[in-house]
Write a protein that binds this ligand. Sequence first.
Ligand SMILES: *[C@@H]1O[C@H](CO)[C@@H](O)[C@H](O)[C@H]1NC(C)=O
Ligand SMILES: *[C@@H]1O[C@H](CO)[C@@H](O)[C@H](O)[C@H]1NC(C)=O
Ligand SMILES: *[C@@H]1O[C@H](CO)[C@@H](O)[C@H](O)[C@H]1NC(C)=O
Ligand SMILES: *[C@@H]1O[C@H](CO)[C@@H](O)[C@H](O)[C@H]1NC(C)=O
Length: 359
Amino acid sequence: MMGLALTAQLGALAACIVLFLPLGMAGWNLSRNKVLFFSGALFISLAVVIHLAPHLSSLSLLLLSSLSPSIGTDGTSSSSSDAIPAASFSSCIPFLHDITWRQESPASSAAWQWTPATHAAGCDFQRVSRPDASDLLNGSWILVAGDSQARLLTLAFLRLLLDPVALPPIEADLFRRHSDYHASLADRGITLDFVWAPFEPNLTTVLRGLRSRSPAARPDVIALGSGLWHMLHFTNSSLFGESLIWLKRAAVALLSTAPLHPPHMFWLGLPMLVNSMLNTEEKRVRMNETVWDEYDQELAESTILRSDGGPCLHVDIGSLSQGCGRRCTTDGMHYDNVVYEAALHIMLNALLIESQQRI
Ligand SMILES: *[C@@H]1O[C@H](CO)[C@@H](O)[C@H](O)[C@H]1NC(C)=O
Ligand SMILES: *[C@@H]1O[C@H](CO)[C@@H](O)[C@H](O)[C@H]1NC(C)=O
Ligand SMILES: *[C@@H]1O[C@H](CO)[C@@H](O)[C@H](O)[C@H]1NC(C)=O
Ligand SMILES: *[C@@H]1O[C@H](CO)[C@@H](O)[C@H](O)[C@H]1NC(C)=O
């Protein structure tokens, strides 16, 4: 309880700093819609006001440590060459995955919602409607790169942004095996790309390619996710960890060469694997719980995640798929759309929070 309260307070202080320190990160267009902007601003401000009041004295201390990246508050911060230029915080980020799942009847599909605790914490997360998402992402380039989980997230984007009647041909296109996909929603200035990148070095290549573009011509949102292919074909977690460290370096380099237009980066975690449901003997042998845990551990040790001081906000497909459960998968690995829909709304709420920095 103490730990939780302290974390919340630290988070609130950090959010406050982020709110009041213009970090020079203008130039990204997530906050054009004033209504959306205002509702987002309101929940952040509330959280800040509620948590900040009794702690003004510690503000200056935290301010100092936030200004010099080499002074980590927990002593685990990475070496200066790996430091990311401007960490962003919010007291609500840790609550983004506080989701509960339910199923009205065995025949109905699973449904999700944020827990009351998130509201109690002042984080009024919302499912973002199609018009609001269009406004939020207006003028943005979204790049999703990775394996089939990333492809399913791309589908969630399209399902949110497009009219359902337009979907079937697009889905067929998107699911052509092992290929890239490009969608341009000209009316809203939204570009959505999926890049097939099943292995971590493929993702590193994608990020290095982006670095050669001028900062203003890079994606605004980048979501990356892989690991299942590595697990199946190499089954070697330390090798996975090594390739994640290269990937993290590429991500940090991308951020540090774009101080004015830092892309918002996300990492899609591994889904829960239901071993008995996996559809080949090879998968059942290689992709067991022990191996999954080792890969997860390597993910943490790579410090690619924001919670570990890295560049990417974790979209925890593992916890979402676990919450939805076995009823939501037929092959023990790919889940129903509702899981990736929840992941998408978590990302959009994170973007809403982060766009508040541009006040
Ligand atoms: C998106 O932004 C453009 C200007 O860049 C504007 O003309 C258009 O109406 C906007 N669309 C939406 C849906 O907000
Ligand atoms: C991904 O990387 C592997 C080797 O690391 C390579 O063989 C493969 O062609 C790459 N795939 C794509 C789609 O770039
Ligand atoms: C796993 O990869 C590491 C690092 O490349 C290597 O040293 C080790 O021998 C590999 N383990 C197996 C069982 O192949
Ligand atoms: C999990 O799979 C790995 C690699 O195939 C194997 O070495 C290990 O013994 C398995 N562990 C369990 C508990 O099945």
